[in-house]
Design a binder for this molecule. Structure first.
Ligand code: SF4
Length: 716
C-alpha cells in the first residue's frame, strides 16, 4: 500500500454493501478529511453523501469509553471475568443453547470469525445470528436452494456490460448510490442499455429507468413466475443449457403456468401491456442482469422471490457470463463477510453446511474444538422470542441496536429488559439497547480498528485504523477472544492481532477444500502482519496469491477473478443448478381496521438508527424529520393534507410523522423510513409497528408489508 506524502490511509466506507474505498487523512491539528479512493475497484474515487460526510460523524460525543457493570465504571478484567463466568455458569446449568450472540453486519470479518468460533466450536451452540438476517437472508437461502451454495455470481462490472438491467425492490439511487452512479455513467456511454425498475414506489432510481413497473406489494413471485411461463410460451428458452446444467425445469414451468397473463396482471397490479413490454424486452436481451435487494428479501415470500428470479436466468442460460446473471446486493458493509465466516445461525464458517456431518467434522478438527454445533441455531426473530420466553438466559449483543431495529420492537425491548444477563458491545454509551445492558463494553469505531470487509461483489477490502483508540475502547475480536480465554479456551483464542485471525480464516477456507466449496481465500493462509497491512482489495475465490498489491498511482491489479458458473457447474451434488417450482400466492394482510400496507426502508442520507449519521447536520439537511409518503387519493380518503402530522398505526403501535402527499407512492400503500427513533423524533420508532412475521425458509422478517392505518394527528 503506497502512502503518499499527505499521509492518507486507505480504508473502506462502513456504510452500505457497495464497499467503497476511502482515503482518510488526519491533519496536524487533528482534523480528519476523507475522499474517495481513485484506485479502489468498487468506486474508482466516487463517494456518496454518506461516505463524503464520514469525517463529520467520528467525534467522541456520546461514546462509551470504559466498561460498565450495572451502570458503574469497571475495569476490563472485572467486566470480562464476569461475562465469561456468567456465560460458563449458564451453559453448565442450562446447556449451550441457553446462551446467544446477536451480532451485526457492521462487525469486521475478524470480529465475526472469532465470535462464530467461540459460539459454534467452543460453546457448542449455533445460537449466533446477525442483523444481516434482516437484510439478505432470503438471498442466501435462494442461492443455496438453486446453486447448492451461497454464491453471488455478479460483479459490478456486469452492471456496466449488461444491455438490460432489471432492478427489483432496489432503490439504488439512495441505498447503493455509487452503483447507481456507475450504471448512470455506463448509460451515458451506451445509450442502448435499458433499465427496468420494479418497485411499488416511483423512487429516485426511476430517473434512469426506461420502464417503471409499479408492482403491487409482494407481487414479485407472480411477476417472475409469469416471466418464466412467457419465456416457455414464446420459445425464448435456452434448452441446451437447461438440459446440460439444470434440474427441475419441467416442474418449475408447470408451477409457473398456473397463472395466465391476466392472472399475473391481477396479482401484480400491472397492466397486461406493461407485462408484455417487460417480458418481451427480457426475452430479447441476452445480456441481462437482475439486481435485487430489500424489496425482494424482506418478505414472507423472500426466498421464493429470489428463486423465481434465478429460475428465469437459468431458463435463458443467462448466468456465468459477462453482463448476465442474477445479482443480490447487500445492504450492510460486511453482510458478505459474516456469511463467509458462518455468522448466521444456520451456517458454518467458510460456506460449510451445518447439516453436513463431514463439514462439521472438518470444522471441529480444524479448530481442535471440544464441541461443534450439530443443528442450526435460532434466527434473529426466533432468538428474541427465546429471550422473551426464558430459553435464552445470557445474551451478548454486538454493534447493533435491536431495541430500535428488530420487528415488533416493543416486544424485543421487553424481552431484553427481562433477560437475566445482557452484555452489549457498542461504540455509544446510551443507545436504546445499551441502556438495558448489565455489562457495557466499549468497542472501537470505524477509523480506530483494523480488519477486513467483503462487499456485494465478493471483494475483500481492508478497513484500517487512522485514529488512536479513545478511552479504553477495544476492537471486538479482541474482546471476544479474551472472553474465550477466560472460559477455558486460552490456546484457541490467543490471537495477537487481526492479521492472525485473518490468516486462520483464510487457512480454514482452503482446509481440505479441493475445489469443493466456492469460498476460497486459502492463498492468504500465510499472510503476515506486513502482508495484511499491505492487502489490496481482491475478489474471492482467490486460490493463488494476489500480486502486486498497490501499483504506483493506478488501479489495483492482482489475480484475474474467477467467474462463477462459467463452466455450467454448480455446487449441488450433481453439479447442476436447481430450478425451484414456485406457485405465486399473494397474501392479503390488510383489514377494515388496517386497510393500508406500510412499506419501510432507507433514505439517502441516513443509516440504520442514525447513531452515526445523526451527528452530521449536513446529512440531516436532506430530510430533516420522519415522514410518511401517501398517494393523493389515499390522503383525500383519510383526510390527510400535505405536511400534516399524521399518526400511522399498526396493531402493535404507532408513530407520529409528517405526511408527504405524492403520486410517487402507490395507492393503498404507505412508505416510511426506518431511521428515526424516539431519540431523534417525538414518536418515531417505526419498528414498534412492524410484525415478527418471517419468510419460512430464510427467517427474514417481512418489513415491507405491514398492515397499517393513518389518521391526521390532532394535538390535545
Ligand atoms: Fe459508502 Fe455505500 Fe456511499 Fe459507497 S455508496 S460511499 S459504500 S455509503
Amino acid at each position: 500500500m503506497e502512502i503518499d506524502e499527505a499521509r492518507e490511509v486507505r480504508t473502506t466506507c462502513p456504510y452500505c454493501g457497495v464497499g467503497c474505498g476511502v482515503l482518510a487523512k488526519v491533519a496536524a491539528d487533528g482534523e480528519v478529511s476523507v475522499r474517495g479512493d481513485p484506485s479502489h475497484p468498487a468506486n474508482f474515487g466516487r463517494l456518496c453523501s454518506k461516505g463524503s460526510a464520514l469525517a463529520e460523524t467520528i467525534d467522541l460525543d456520546g461514546r462509551l469509553l470504559h466498561p460498565e457493570i450495572h451502570g458503574r465504571r469497571a475495569g476490563w478484567d472485572e467486566a470480562l471475568d464476569l461475562v465469561a463466568s456468567t456465560f460458563s455458569q449458564t451453559i453448565a446449568e442450562h446447556g449451550p443453547d441457553a446462551v446467544a450472540f446477536y451480532v451485526s453486519g457492521q462487525l469486521l470479518t475478524e470480529d465475526y470469525y472469532v465470535a462464530n468460533k467461540l459460539m459454534k466450536g467452543f460453546v457448542g451452540s449455533a445460537n449466533i445470528d446477525t442483523n444481516s438476517r434482516l437484510c439478505m437472508a432470503s438471498s442466501v437461502a435462494g442461492h443455496r436452494r438453486a446453486f447448492g451454495s451461497d454464491t453471488v455470481p455478479g460483479t459490478y462490472e456486469d452492471l456496466e456490460l449488461a444491455d438490460l438491467i432489471v432492478l427489483v425492490g432496489s432503490n439504488l439511487a439512495w441505498c447503493h448510490p455509487v452503483l447507481y452512479q456507475r450504471i448512470a455513467a455506463a448509460r451515458e456511454k451506451r445509450p442502448e442499455m435499458k433499465v427496468v425498475l420494479v418497485d411499488p414506489r416511483r423512487t429516485m432510481t426511476a430517473d434512469i429507468a426506461d420502464m417503471h413497473l409499479a408492482i403491487a406489494p409482494d407481487g414479485d413471485v407472480a411477476l417472475f413466475t409469469g416471466l418464466l411461463a412467457y419465456l416457455g410460451r414464446h420459445n425464448a428458452l435456452d434448452r441446451a443449457y437447461i438440459t446440460a446444467h439444470t434440474t427441475g425445469f419441467g416442474q418449475a414451468l408447470f408451477a409457473a403456468s398456473v397463472l395466465d397473463l391476466a392472472g399475473v396482471a391481477a396479482a401484480t397490479g400491472l397492466s397486461e401491456d406493461e407485462l408484455d413490454r417487460f417480458y418481451s424486452l427480457f426475452a430479447a436481451t441476452s445480456k441481462t442482469v437482475t439486481v435485487y435487494s430489500q424489496g425482494v428479501n424482506q418478505s414472507s415470500s423472500g426466498t421464493d422471490k429470489v428463486n423465481a428470479i434465478i429460475n428465469c436466468h437459468l431458463a435463458t442460460g443467462r448466468i456465468g457470463s459477462p453482463g448476465a446473471g442474477p445479482f443480490s446486493v447487500t445492504g450492510q458493509p460486511n453482510a458478505m463477510g459474516g456469511r463467509e465466516v458462518g455468522g448466521m445461525a444456520n451456517m458454518l464458517a467458510a460456506h460449510m453446511e451445518i447439516e453436513n456431518p463431514e463439514h462439521r467434522d472438518r470444522m471441529q478438527r480444524f479448530w481442535t474444538a471440544p464441541a461443534i454445533a450439530e443443528r442450526p441455531g435460532l434466527k434473529a426473530v426466533e432468538m428474541f422470542q427465546a429471550v422473551a420466553d426464558g430459553r435464552i438466559k445470557a445474551l451478548w449483543i454486538m454493534a447493533t441496536n435491536p431495541v430500535d431495529s428488530m420487528p415488533d420492537a416493543d416486544a424485543v425491548e421487553a424481552a431484553i429488559k427481562a433477560c437475566p444477563f445482557v452484555v452489549v458491545s457498542d461504540v455509544l454509551a446510551r443507545t436504546d439497547t445499551v441502556r438495558h445492558a448489565h455489562i457495557r463494553l466499549p468497542a472501537a469505531a470505524w477509523g480506530e480498528k483494523d480488519g477486513t470487509v467483503t462487499n456485494s461483489e465478493r471483494r475483500i477490502s481492508r478497513q484500517r485504523a487512522f485514529l488512536d483508540l479513545p478511552g479504553e475502547a477495544r476492537p471486538d475480536w479482541q474482546v471476544v477472544a479474551e472472553v474465550g480465554k477466560r472460559m477455558g479456551f486460552a490456546e484457541a483464542f490467543s490471537y495477537a492481532s487481526p492479521s492472525e485471525v485473518f490468516a486462520e480464516h483464510a487457512a480454514l477456507s482452503g482446509f481440505e477444500n479441493d475445489g469443493a466449496r466456492d469460498f476460497d481465500i486459502g492463498a492468504y493462509a500465510g499472510v503476515d502482519a506486513e502482508g495484511y497491512e499491505e492487502l489490496a482489495p481482491f475478489q474471492w475465490p482467490a486460490p493463488s496469491p494476489v500480486t502486486p498489491l498497490w501499483p504506483k498511482g493506478g488501479r489495483t491489479t492482482g489475480h484475474q477473478p474467477i467467474r462463477f458458473f462459467a463452466d455450467g457447474n454448480f455446487y449441488t451434488p450433481d453439479r447442476k443448478a436447481r430450478f425451484i417450482a414456485i406457485r405465486p400466492a399473494v397474501e392479503t394482510r390488510t383489514s377494515l381496521d388496517y386497510p393500508l400496507i406500510l412499506n419501510t426502508g432507507r433514505i439517502r442520507d441516513h443509516w440504520h438508527t442514525m447513531t452515526r449519521t445523526g451527528k452530521s447536520p449536513r446529512l440531516s439537511q436532506h430530510i430533516a424529520e420522519p415522514f410518511v409518503e401517501i398517494h393523493p387519493a389515499d390522503a383525500q380518503r383519510f383526510g390527510i393534507g400535505d405536511a400534516d402530522i399524521a399518526r400511522v398505526s399498526s396493531p402493535r403501535g404507532d408513530v407520529l410523522v409528517r405526511a408527504l402527499v405524492t403520486a410517487r407512492q402507490r395507492q393503498g400503500s404507505l412508505f416510511a423510513p426506518m431511521h428515526w427513533t424516539d431519540q431523534f423524533a417525538a414518536k418515531g420508532r417505526l419498528d414498534a409497528l412492524t410484525a415478527p412475521l418471517t419468510d419460512p425458509v430464510s427467517g427474514q422478517p417481512a418489513l415491507k408489508h405491514v398492515a397499517a392505518r393513518i389518521e391526521k394527528f390532532a394535538a390535545k
